[in-house]
Design a protein around this ligand. Structure first.
Ligand code: C2O
Ligand code: CU
Ligand code: CU
Length: 470
């Protein structure tokens, strides 16, 4: 349970991140960036360690190479990917490269988890489009805890096509992992799920960016590329700007979308990414712009679960403090890319996956995950329509390994394909009682892959299926 020590205003503040009127604002902290490394002859050591969370607060975390978040891996399309995972944690672990489509034995299926003292070698060629991917623990029944404690990082793929667009780069590129956390009286995040968390998933009232609580970053009055990952276990963010200006979406899970989209807000369920252009041109020194998660409600009562940690509460997630005025053109390209993907006209087969949450059981088509049971056999290269049916009052971010799908339609709930769901997606958010149809085709590798809910508590409790591509 939460402490009641020195932060009572925080613990009772559910609607305003700065607490009820009259309470002093809590400390905010400079954003940090994980070290950037190339995944070539790289060893990632998983171990228990100490991390800083901002404002001098330090506490226990589970880390890769002693870094929170895990190192940012940057690689070019076509390059080799060679990483050895060394496990010094007191439990099994395996890593998954979320969004990449490597061979099946390189994909981090939980049956490859290695015990304490063990290691796993990954070697493949990166064939994926430029984009914002990530990696995290995929140890069955332990993914939620290990990812929450820190075994997660960004993975950026670059290629010539994207390079030619001249999008903001270098110090004009801000990669950030947004996460919500529960913290104790000392400000240290903790993971102690109990009853309601096993239904709604583990949510907390405190925003963290790249492992730092309530982060801010100093910026110039320029155009920035913001690569955002929702790395939360269960929290959905509705990202918008505090100054009323729009966000410009240029990419998502599968890399660049076709054309830039100007949006008032972008919803990100757990594991989804948004590649955004943040136009700060025209701001003045001293201006502050907050990237915030706006208030929203879900149908079916899900928003009421979890009390102060409930889904849809507003959060200030990252503040931009303008400290330098520059005159440089903010050029936003209109046409971005041609997104490859299955053509719905080539469909040869349909399948349905029904997601249910009842009596603390999260299932797909009535079944809980079993490591050695094959749930679906899918022919390599054939285009199919998959219907993801949410037959529950909880949201489910549905994730598929080994390919990117196209969102074709949504019925029930929001009744439309959302503008941020253009392009190739590997995760799609289902609100309560929505059905989303996607076009799927596996063209990278044959073998055993996974379909699961990326609410990590749901995944750990068995909302996952083995998909054999052959
Ligand atoms: Cu990000 Cu199977 O997971
Ligand atoms: Cu994945
Ligand atoms: Cu779920």
């Amino acid at each position: 349970m939460m402490g009641t020590g020195s932060l009572p205003s925080l613990l009772t503040a559910c609607d305003s991140p700065t607490g009820p009127p009259g309470t002093p604002p809590l400390e905010t902290n400079p954003l940090r960036f994980a070290p950037e490394v190339a995944p070539h002859s790289l060893t990632l050591v998983a171990s228990a360690g100490i991390a800083g969370f901002g404002n001098g607060v330090e506490g226990p975390a589970w880390l890769l190479n002693e870094s929170l978040p895990s190192p940012l891996l940057r690689v070019r399309r076509g390059d080799p990917f060679q990483v050895v995972l060394e496990n010094q944690l007191p439990q099994d672990v395996i890593l998954h490269w979320h969004g990449l489509a490597p061979p099946a034995d390189m994909d981090g299926h939980p049956r490859y988890a290695v015990g304490t003292g063990g290691e796993y070698s990954y070697a493949f060629t990166v064939e994926d489009r430029a984009g914002t991917y990530w990696y995290h623990s995929h140890t069955h029944t332990r993914t939620a805890e290990q990812t929450y404690r820190g075994v997660a990082g960004l993975l950026i793929v670059e290629d010539d096509e994207e390079g030619a667009l001249g999008l903001p780069s270098g110090n004009r590129e801000i990669p950030v992992i947004l996460q919500d956390r529960r913290v104790d009286a000392a400000g240290i995040p903790y993971y102690q799920p109990f009853g309601p968390d096993l239904m709604a998933g583990y949510m907390g009232p405190e925003p963290f960016g790249n492992g730092i609580r309530r982060p801010w970053i100093e910026v110039d009055s320029a155009l920035y590329r913001l690569r955002v990952l929702n790395g939360s276990n269960a929290r959905i963010f509705r990202l918008g700007r505090s100054d009323g200006r729009p966000l410009v979406l240029v990419g998502n899970d599968g890399g660049l979308i076709d054309r830039a989209r100007t949006l008032d807000y972008v919803d990100l369920g757990p594991a989804e990414r948004a590649d955004l252009l943040l136009d700060l041109s025209g701001t003045e020194v001293g201006d502050r712009v907050m990237l915030r998660s706006l208030s929203f409600s879900l149908p079916g009562g899900a928003g009421f679960m979890g009390g102060a940690n409930r889904q849809g509460q507003p959060l200030d997630v990252l503040e931009f403090r303008v400290t330098r005025r520059v005159e440089e053109p903010a050029v936003i390209p209109d046409v971005l890319s041609t997104v490859p993907g299955p053509n719905p006209e080539d469909v040869v087969r349909e399948r349905t996956f029904r997601f249910t949450s009842e009596m603390m059981m999260h299932r797909i088509n009535g079944r809980s995950f079993e490591m050695d049971r094959i749930d679906e056999v899918v022919p390599f290269g054939e285009t199919e329509i998959w219907s993801f049916v949410n037959d529950s009052f909880l949201p489910h971010p549905v994730h598929l390994h080994a390919t990117h799908f196209r969102v074709i339609s949504r019925s029930g709930g929001r009744n439309q394909v959302m503008p941020w769901e253009a392009g190739g997606k590997d995760t799609v958010l289902l609100h309560p009682f929505e059905t989303v149809r996607v076009a799927v085709r596996f063209t990278a590798h044959r073998g055993l892959f996974l379909l699961h809910c990326h609410n990590l508590e749901h995944e750990d409790m068995g909302m996952m299926a083995n998909i054999l591509v052959e």
